[in-house]
Design a protein around this ligand. Structure first.
Ligand code: ZN
Length: 273
């Protein structure tokens, strides 16, 4: 298969990495083109700023927004991603807006992704669900005739919604969407961990235990265990895939053909060691 272009959308700056960072690192290792995009500056969810605000400390909004942009760029760089689109819109009340949809459309027309990754459309966090709605509208707009005839229309081949169990909040687990596609991220889990540790505004960091705990509990969750791999990210494909024969993943067969001993040894790799 030829090299792919992948656009990874996250409602807040850290989401593109948190939900699909390992998968992105795999695509980079495969020589694919990867772009991360976040429509918002994420200031309403800047955890340390919220804490300072509550203590009546002075807040410089511009430098906080710059900090969140720098964090996403640094995290993406850990995964080998150089193309980062930080659109910087306010996320206090995030609604699908034509100007944001137009900006996402322009990125699609420029990057020409084969695959787009974004949040599950019914995600319980409004900034996530609305980022997906805007992305779906931008996908539609990009496939149409463009007023600017220097830009060719572009059609996406597949959309993957990330549905990693337990990530967003506990409410997601009351109606868990079942993944169609699970990506083994074991070989790149430490890259993802290093990337997440760049989000210091969100209490991640080398000296904190947050990413180590989340890496084990969420990337090492039930989808990974049932796929017999230590760490995985989970997705739902938007469109059914077309084949001439019933498919069986060669990768899955290679994992399942391991001996019981090898399997247990493989499964018990730990991020915390
Ligand atoms: Zn988020």
């Amino acid at each position: 298969m030829g090299k792919l272009s992948v656009l990874n959308v996250g409602g807040h700056p850290k989401d593109a990495i948190l939900y699909a960072g390992g998968t992105m690192a795999n695509h980079i290792a495969n020589g694919d083109t990867v772009c991360t995009l976040t429509p918002t500056h994420g200031l309403s969810h800047h955890e340390t700023a919220i804490a300072n605000f509550k203590q009546n400390k002075k807040i410089n909004f511009d430098s906080l927004i710059e900090e969140r942009k720098n964090e996403l760029e640094a995290a993406s760089a850990e995964l080998g991603i150089k193309d980062v689109r930080f659109l910087g819109h306010d996320d206090t009340i995030i609604l699908p807006k034509p100007e944001i949809i137009k900006e996402i459309t322009d990125v699609i027309l420029e990057v020409k992704p084969d695959i787009i990754i974004t949040h599950w459309p019914n995600d319980t966090v409004p900034a996530h669900a609305n980022a997906t709605q805007m992305t779906l509208l931008a996908i539609e707009a990009a496939s149409c005739v463009q007023k600017d005839d220097s830009k060719q229309p572009h059609s996406i081949k597949q959309i993957f919604f990330h549905v990693s169990q337990g990530r967003t909040n506990i409410r997601e687990n009351s109606r868990p969407p079942n993944p169609t596609t699970i990506i083994d991220i074991t070989d790149v889990i430490h890259l993802k961990s290093n990337a997440m540790n760049k989000f210091k505004s969100q209490y991640y960091g080398e000296n904190g235990n947050l990413q180590r705990k989340l890496g084990e509990a969420l990337d090492g969750n039930i989808h990974a265990i049932h796929s017999r791999v230590p760490y995985a990210e989970s997705f739902i494909a938007d469109q059914p895939s077309l084949y001439s024969l019933l498919p069986l993943s060669e990768y899955q067969l290679s994992i399942q053909n391991k001996t019981k001993e090898d399997n247990l040894k493989h499964l018990s790799q730990f991020l915390i060691n």
